[in-house]
Design a protein around this ligand. Structure first.
Ligand code: FES
Length: 163
């Protein structure tokens, strides 16, 4: 979980966020971003609240949420790992990194462990191309990451109390 997030979905907090931003031009994206920053994901229960506030249909709100891959519809694991699969990182071995991480943790990219302690995700450039393979763990960027380094980073995240 990132700093500043609240734990668990809270409709009262969500309604305050939506109410505070509903008059902004193009309010939907700022609302979705703030909901995700606050809760770590955009709960399905937020969609009708947003639709009502912005006079849109639920299908329209749902369409926006699913169009932008940054928005997640379920809580992420307490440790969040994003592995870059962009071209520059592929050239320096990210495929092996992905395969090893998936095997060691029994997850495929995009999945969260059943216990909710780890999410593995893919991204397609972290702006760290000269230092690939690049990985983000709980929002922190790391370069030249090997499978063993990734394990150490995950262990450090857990020891900080993320899991
Ligand atoms: S391609 Fe991986 S950081 Fe740019």
């Amino acid at each position: 979980m990132h700093r500043g997030q609240v734990s668990g979905w809270d409709p009262a907090v969500a309604s305050r966020i939506i109410e505070a931003r509903r008059q902004e031009p193009g309010a939907m994206l700022p609302i979705l971003h703030e909901l995700q920053e606050t809760f770590g994901y955009v709960d399905r229960a937020a969609l009708p609240l947003i639709a009502d506030a912005l006079n849109l249909s639920r299908a329209e709100v749902h369409g926006v949420v699913s169009f932008y891959h940054d928005f997640r519809s379920e809580p992420a694991g307490r440790t969040q790992v994003k592995i870059c699969r962009g071209e520059a990182c592929q050239a320096v071995g990210c495929r092996e990194l992905v395969a090893t991480a998936e095997r060691r943790h029994g997850l495929t990219l995009g999945e969260t462990s059943p216990a909710g302690d780890l999410t593995l995700e893919e991204v397609f450039c972290l702006g760290n191309c000269a230092l690939g393979p690049a990985v983000q763990v709980d929002g922190e960027l790391h370069g030249r990451v090997t499978p063993d380094v990734l394990d150490a980073l995950i262990a450090m995240s857990r020891s900080r109390g993320h899991a």
